[in-house]
Design a protein around this ligand. Structure first.
Ligand SMILES: [Zn+2]
Length: 443
């Protein structure tokens, strides 16, 4: 069975760049565009050339050096904008002019102060002009989801007749619900003459957290282009997240039998590149690309993951370019995870030895949130030294430092060379880890 191919239109450099704190200079935009090329996006919306000289130059430079994808430049529905966009796209191997005009009554009345008739005429004229310059023309009726559907149908029909090749249906204010958005796409396909000749596109904002759900609903009703951004950045609450769209279609091929050109192993590198450029960190629990997306701390989860990753992972970290599933060693971790990490650090332990390491580990983990490899190595050295009955050299120091990191105060040394903490360790162990211990000890 042939799976329909979905065009991935990335607007990180245009809509995304408009979000607070995410502005980029020309050099940075070029760097991100090259990464988007590696990621396999079909269209890069490189900027809004009339908006600033910097935007113009960015579109120009990206057009000249990124040759595989389509490069789109945004323009309002007027000659000056369209001409400027076209000028910036001169060097592009595959240029696209993207024209937009608001169509909802609220935008017509308060923002544009024009009638519906004027709006319809302006949309038609703008697309006609763009088409006279460029074969690939996209039109977006801004605020489409709050536009009366009969008027929206009229506008879409008019721009198709004028030569638009892609019609985008933006949920500009993130107001739509998935069934509603899907229904809108279906209605347009039923009512608009000539719509079968063009690509229908989604462009959903995330004000109610539904941007990805709405985009997928649109695809299920026949949209074949999705506009999205890396890390979901964009105006206000952002756009549909590219990585979530791509992986939803990959992991749930049974429900979304579509193909994209996305090289999924480049998702995490793309996310990291953007975060690095903008210095806007990815939220830790962000799906697909957040630092906790593949982290497992609970002992039972860690145990399951080690036995078979499918127990708690619906996709592998490697499939999205995350180097490894990071088992976070914290106070909820079990012996099994600890044993594996020790082994990975070059210190396989026998059961009895591991018991000693684990007791110390639990005391340490109670004081500092995350036990890093360096802490663990220090701890291992201590246990080994104690086993040989050789007093560890400077053993108290590293753990005093570790305790200070965790904010537990400088008076606690976790060194077993000091008698008091050693005596309290088993009690701590028993109080906090009894249940988990029972589960994990047999494995
Ligand atoms: Zn937008």
């Amino acid at each position: 069975m042939d799976r329909p191919r979905i065009t991935i239109f990335d607007t990180t450099l245009r809509d995304g760049e408009q979000s607070p704190g995410c502005s980029m200079n020309v050099q940075e935009k070029l760097r991100l565009a090259q990464q988007l090329d590696r990621l396999g996006v079909d269209v890069i919306e490189a900027g809004f050339p009339i908006a600033s000289d910097g935007d113009f130059e960015a579109v120009q430079r990206i057009s000249a050096s990124v040759r595989r994808p389509i490069i789109a430049g945004l323009a309002r529905a007027c000659k000056g904008d369209i001409d400027r966009a076209w000028e910036s796209l001169q060097g592009a191997a595959h240029p696209r002019i993207h024209v937009f005009l608001a169509t909802s009554d609220i935008h017509l009345k308060y923002k544009l102060r024009i009638s519906r008739e004027k709006c319809l005429e302006q949309a038609r004229e703008a697309v006609r002009h763009a088409k006279s310059l460029c074969a690939d023309v996209e039109f977006s009726p801004e605020d489409a989801t709050r536009t009366e559907v009969s008027f929206l149908s009229q506008v879409v029909e008019a721009v198709i007749a004028a030569g638009a090749t892609t019609v985008n249906i933006p949920d500009t204010v993130g107001y739509s619900m998935p069934e509603e958005y899907g229904q809108l796409i279906r209605t347009l396909r039923e009512r608009v003459a000539g719509i079968e000749k063009v690509t229908i596109s989604t462009h959903c904002h995330n004000d109610l957290g539904l941007a990805v759900a709405n985009s997928l609903a649109g695809v299920q009703e026949g949209a074949r282009q999705v506009e999205c951004t890396i890390n979901g950045i964009g105006e206000r609450a952002g756009n549909a997240s590219l990585e979530e769209i791509a992986m939803a279609m990959r992991v749930r091929r049974d429900r979304y039998p579509y193909e994209t050109g996305i090289v999924s192993e480049q998702l995490y590198p793309s996310s990291q590149t953007l975060a690095e450029i903008t210095r806007v960190p990815v939220q830790p629990n962000k799906a697909i690309t957040g630092r906790n997306a593949f982290a497992h701390e609970a002992g039972i989860h860690q145990d399951g993951i080690l036995k078979n990753p499918l127990t708690y992972e619906i996709m592998t970290p490697q499939s999205v370019g995350v180097p490894d599933s990071r088992l976070v060693l914290g106070k909820h971790s079990g012996r099994h995870a600890l044993a594996l990490r020790c082994e990975q650090l070059g210190h396989p332990f026998e059961r009895r030895e591991l018991d000693e390491v684990y007791r110390k580990f639990v005391v340490l983990a109670d004081r500092i949130k995350k036990v890093q490899d360096c802490h663990l190595l220090e701890l291992i050295q201590e246990v080994k030294a104690a086993a040989k009955k050789i007093p560890p050299v400077g053993a108290g120091l590293p753990f005093a430092r570790a305790a200070a990191v965790g904010g537990a105060g400088e008076s606690h040394s976790l060194s077993f060379a000091a008698p008091a903490p050693a005596a309290s360790a088993p009690a701590t162990f028993g109080e906090h880890h009894g249940e988990q211990e029972e589960h994990l000890w047999g494995v």
